[in-house]
Design a protein around this ligand. Structure first.
Ligand SMILES: [Zn+2]
Length: 346
């Protein structure tokens, strides 16, 4: 089949690749429709590795995907051919201890699309477990379906925060994950979000999506804005989604006493952690690794109209222009949020 293959660092090719994918009893075969370009895909293209995941052999990219079911495994009863779906890209070992505990995202044996050596889905079709495949609501497009993967990270972060209705949250970082975390937090009951970044167009876009106050930290102090909006009390929740080392080290400053910090972004290096600042506020600190159990909830929120990801889909390319899409995503203008590739139309 014809796929977008990362041959090695800096070298992408659209070419034929043979992928042997037998259809298991509990699997479905899916014809891909839309695949989003993720920061991680671009990172593999530009650097050939993320941490200890190194691209050592040609690998198909792409993991934010939607499609249509073309074939059903013999034991699959909850889908029919023609169902429009999106897919969780991480497949854990169903018998592992992590999976039995419900924390299947933490299964050390998880196989995640476009994480070496597992192939991604910028290709015509894939076989996937029905258990990790989810029907799109009728009013949700394939493009929106391909946004569920990055949204799932924000949904998981919102779950970890244990939001109470009316909470005020800070989101540090207005990249795709930051903005999707803000939307998930609002849908989950937050009354307002204060979002910080240094790139003004990203903040401008975020501010249009709901009760979201943008703060350009190159020009003003986040803590000052939070104090002004909360009568000096602080934010109930701080989501750190920038991965910036200074921001990550400063999470306790805008936090309210008894508040919760959720680390979403990954700093490149270990950061200093102010135990005293966390202690005097009895801060609860949470971390996320990808997500678990949130796809149905994300789709329910999108289907009901409570959460709209469409404004974040800023750039769309055809499959033949996949390499162009990656070069664009690698040097994206500040006004762009999410690049998607249409693998095929219905
Ligand atoms: Zn992604």
């Amino acid at each position: 089949m014809e796929a977008l293959v990362l041959e090695k660092q800096h070298e992408l090719q659209i070419r034929d690749i043979t992928l042997d994918e037998p259809l298991g009893l509990h699997d479905v075969r899916i014809a891909l429709r839309t695949v989003g370009v993720c920061g991680s895909d671009v990172h593999y293209y530009e650097n050939g590795a993320i941490g200890h995941f190194v691209v050592r052999a040609p690998m198909v990219l792409g993991h934010e995907a939607s499609g249509v079911i073309t074939e059903l495994g013999a034991e699959v009863t909850n889908f029919k051919i023609g169902d429009r779906v999106c897919m969780e890209p991480g497949i854990p070992d169903p018998n592992s201890k992590a999976t039995r505990l419900g924390i299947y995202n933490l299964d050390p044996a998880v196989r995640f699309w476009a994480t070496p050596p597992i192939h991604g889905v910028l290709r015509p079709s894939v076989v996937h477990p029905a258990a990790f495949t989810f029907k799109l609501p009728e009013n949700i497009s394939y493009a929106e379906g391909a946004m569920v993967e990055p949204l799932a990270v924000g949904m998981h972060a919102a779950n970890k925060a244990k939001i109470r209705p009316g909470d005020v949250a800070v989101v540090m970082g207005a990249g795709p994950i930051g903005v999707l975390t803000a939307l998930a937090a609002l849908a989950g009951g937050c009354s307002q979000i204060i979002i910080s970044d240094v790139v003004q167009p990203k903040l401008d876009l975020a501010a249009k999506l709901g009760p979201i106050t943008p703060v350009n930290v190159a020009k003003e102090s986040l803590v000052d804005v939070v104090n002004k909006l909360t009568d000096g009390w602080g934010a109930d929740i701080v989501f750190e989604a920038s991965g910036n080392e200074r921001a990550s080290a400063g999470v306790f400053e805008p936090l309210a006493p008894g508040g919760c910090v959720v680390y979403v972004g990954l700093p490149a290096k270990p950061i200093p952690y102010d135990v005293v600042a966390a202690s005097v506020k009895e801060a609860r600190v949470e971390h996320v690794f990808r997500y678990a159990h949130v796809y149905p909830r994300a789709l329910a929120l999108m289907g009901s109209g409570k959460l709209d990801v469409k404004p974040l889909i800023t750039d769309t390319f055809g499959f033949a222009d996949s390499i162009k899409a990656f070069d664009y995503a690698a040097h994206m203008p500040a006004t762009s949020v999410k690049v998607q590739i249409i693998v095929a139309n219905d």
